[in-house]
Design a protein around this ligand. Structure first.
Ligand SMILES: Cc1cc2nc3c(=O)[nH]c(=O)nc-3n(C[C@H](O)[C@H](O)[C@H](O)COP(=O)(O)OP(=O)(O)OC[C@H]3O[C@@H](n4cnc5c(N)ncnc54)[C@H](O)[C@@H]3O)c2cc1C
Length: 366
């Protein structure tokens, strides 16, 4: 019987798994080599969506995850369901967007087309000249989360039910006996007995899997996130414009991102990360072209996040057949998925098999 579970990593996944485990009556210890939400969950665009997620099982998992955010949000104010606007500025982009809208509509997902006047009613501070006359897709049930506050809430909930949160101490080894996980060893020398372990190490999940001899193929990528100082500009939802993606980030700050900007990340041989300043200037200029009221608002910080992406792009969730007691909760889109997917993983850790819903996301597919 599983009584005590060690959760490795205190990002959105680790926090969600720990909250669910303790709600289900188990004892949990969450171990993070750094600070909670100090990994990818602290440097993410955190748009909640199922906008073009394929195959169907991944779409359905994402939709159920958006619903889980709605339910949890009755306990706090970290979730913002303002919708998402998206448009393109060339024929290929418009064709892609039409295909995406038709695809999600065929799954029963809410999406509709707006024209410039509709969008200006939603976002009156946008420059009309930056918008096409029509062909603007609107996904009203999408939104964004404040991941650090979400992690804080989930860990506090777990701690209030007896969980221990260990900070600044990395898991360096996993002990097995008769093939099953028995204990984790930390950099400090501490050893913690465990009936089960959940790998929520995000971009470092392959290293944790290797501790029990499992090879988890990952194709992580870096992303550049630009946070402005507070500005009195009305941005009230997620916006995917051709040259900039942006959303509010609380207290009047905006968070800006572009895919082009992601290629401005350089990682040195020693692991130092730098970002070309011109890429930051470009994304700010694109933000200002869309919302002229941004004026000369300063950039407050630039963060680089590492997306934890299993090699085929799909989540890796649930038990590892070869190592009893070892479980995965690893994916990109974790800001969307973690509350729901973490709950499914926790249920399975405690013996409630999630065979059907987790079948497409098993580690064994590799
Ligand atoms: C630029 C960017 C944009 C994104 N945009 C979106 C989006 O719009 N919507 C969306 O849903 N998702 C998005 N994501 C993805 C999402 O942010 C991630 O899927 C999610 O944050 C992953 O959470 P996690 O808990 O798995 O990992 P993390 O938050 O990285 O947590 C893992 C934790 O494990 C700890 N750890 C690692 N190894 C060890 C060890 N050996 N011992 C102890 N602790 C360890 C780390 O310190 C870390 O705190 C984006 C990501 C990036 C980078």
């Amino acid at each position: 019987m599983v009584e005590h579970v060690v959760v490795i990593g205190a990002g959105v996944y680790g926090a969600a798994v720990a909250a669910s485990l303790t709600r289900r009556g188990a004892r949990a210890t969450v171990v993070d080599s750094g600070a909670p939400a100090g990994g990818t969950s602290g440097a993410t665009f955190s748009w909640t969506n199922s906008c073009g997620k394929e195959p169907r099982a991944y779409h359905d998992l994402s939709v159920a995850s958006m619903e889980a955010h709605r339910r949890l949000a009755t306990l706090g104010d970290w979730y913002h369901e303002g919708g998402n606007l998206e448009w393109a500025d060339d024929d290929a982009g418009r064709e892609r967007l039409r295909g995406k809208v038709a695809g999600v509509q065929s799954y029963g997902y809410e999406a509709r087309w707006l024209d410039r006047a509709d969008v200006l009613r939603l976002e009156p501070d946008m420059d009309p000249a930056a918008l096409p006359e029509d062909g603007i897709a609107y996904f009203p049930r999408e939104g964004w989360v404040e991941p650090t506050r979400l992690v804080g809430h989930l860990l506090a909930a777990a701690a209030s039910r007896g969980a221990e949160v260990v900070r600044g101490d990395a898991v360096t080894a996993l002990e097995t006996g008769s093939g099953a996980v028995r204990a984790v060893r930390l950099a400090s020398g501490r050893e913690i007995d465990a009936d089960a372990v959940v790998n929520c190490a995000g971009p470092r999940a392959a290293e944790v899997a290797a501790m029990v001899g499992l090879s988890l193929p990952m194709s992580n990528t870096h992303g550049v996130l630009v946070y402005t100082a507070p500005a009195a500009v009305w941005v009230s939802r997620v916006v995917h414009a051709p040259r900039v993606h942006l959303r509010p980030d609380g207290a009047g700050r905006l968070l800006l991102h572009t895919h082009d900007g992601d290629s401005a990340v350089h990682v040195s041989d020693t692991g130092d990360i730098t970002v070309d300043r011109s890429a930051v200037d470009d994304v700010v200029a694109a933000g200002r072209a869309l919302y002229p009221g941004l004026g000369d608002t300063a950039v407050e910080s630039v963060r680089v996040g590492e997306r934890p992406i299993p090699a085929d792009g799909l989540p890796v969730l649930g038990r590892a057949e070869a190592v009893p007691g070892f479980h995965f909760a690893v994916s990109h889109s974790g800001a969307t998925l973690s509350v729901h997917a973490g709950d499914l993983v926790a249920a399975e850790v405690l013996g409630d098999d999630q065979g059907g819903v987790l079948a497409p996301f098993r580690f064994e597919r590799f």
